[in-house]
Write a protein that binds this ligand. Structure first.
Ligand SMILES: Nc1ncnc2c1ncn2[C@@H]1O[C@H](COP(=O)(O)OP(=O)(O)OP(=O)(O)O)[C@@H](O)[C@H]1O
Length: 245
């Protein structure tokens, strides 16, 4: 049974069908890529799956067999389905360590302070934030380090699935390389990853399966090589985004 099953999911804003009858499934343990031109509905898809900030108008979403459409973002996160955001997001006035500690405490509310602190430190070191950064304010970090902190805070909750919204945006080439390694290691920890990205080389090198959206609908889905060779994808996606690939 897939870990995540999305069936006929739609979300409209007035007359605009941002996500239109989308279906796909993600197996436990894989890295699953979501591509598509600007405005094709990728972030809205993440929104409706995680309930943050809203669920779908129509359709069913099952996580580990349990229907989650209509549940609150908090309830879905507590099941182990978490997301990050396109813009690096943290509690800027808190320290790096405090941010990760919030994640560790949120993920397992019954956990003791000592265990939560251990979990927070491990997650920070896992993403490459050394103990020298623990006391710094999150808002003072570089864009890359803030993205790493957002990931560490999510990992500290011990999710089963992480939805990463454009983790490579605004990064330099060497930082993108580091991110690729980090996402691989995240999956190797047993966290199933669903990844939105514009940078095709990034998606191709990471994903076992790829879904391409266009105007809210599924344009193509399957193994990355065959999806990228699909002429509809070339026209709709590569045709407008080749410079970013
Ligand atoms: N809260 C909202 N209210 C109204 N329209 C919205 C809202 N969120 C998204 N949209 C619209 O829905 C469509 C899909 O947007 P979405 O952000 O999901 O696309 P995307 O594929 O993630 O785009 P990008 O690659 O630029 O991030 C766009 O036309 C967008 O303007």
């Amino acid at each position: 049974m897939p870990l995540l099953e999305v069936e006929g999911v739609s979300k409209a804003f007035g007359s605009l069908k941002a996500v239109d009858d989308v279906s796909f499934a993600v197996e436990a343990g894989e890295i699953f890529g979501v591509a598509g031109p600007n405005g094709s509905g990728k972030s809205t898809l993440f929104n409706v799956i995680t309930g943050i900030p809203f669920g779908p108008d129509k359709g069913r979403i099952r996580f580990d067999g349990m229907e989650i459409q209509g549940k609150t973002g908090n309830a879905i996160a507590q099941l182990g389905l978490l997301r990050t955001f396109q813009r690096e997001t943290s509690f800027d006035g808190l320290t790096v360590f405090e941010n990760a500690l919030i994640g560790a405490s949120y993920g397992k509310p019954g956990r003791g302070v000592v265990e939560a602190r251990t979990r927070a430190a491990e997650a920070l070191e896992f993403v490459g934030l050394s103990s020298a950064t623990f006391g710094r304010l999150a808002g003072e970090l570089s864009v890359f380090d803030r993205k790493c902190l957002m990931l560490a805070t999510a990992i500290a909750t011990e999710p089963r699935m992480l939805l990463l919204d454009e983790p490579a945006s605004s990064l330099t080439k060497p930082e993108i390389e580091t991110s690729i390694g980090l996402i691989r290691r995240t999956a190797a920890r047993g966290i199933t990853v669903v990844l939105i990205e514009h940078v095709l080389t990034f998606l191709m090198s990471l994903s076992q399966h790829l879904l391409v959206l266009n105007q809210g609908r599924v344009l193509a889905a399957g193994e990355p090589k065959s999806v990228i060779a699909d002429h509809r994808v070339v026209e709709a996606y590569l045709g407008t985004r080749r410079s970013a690939a």
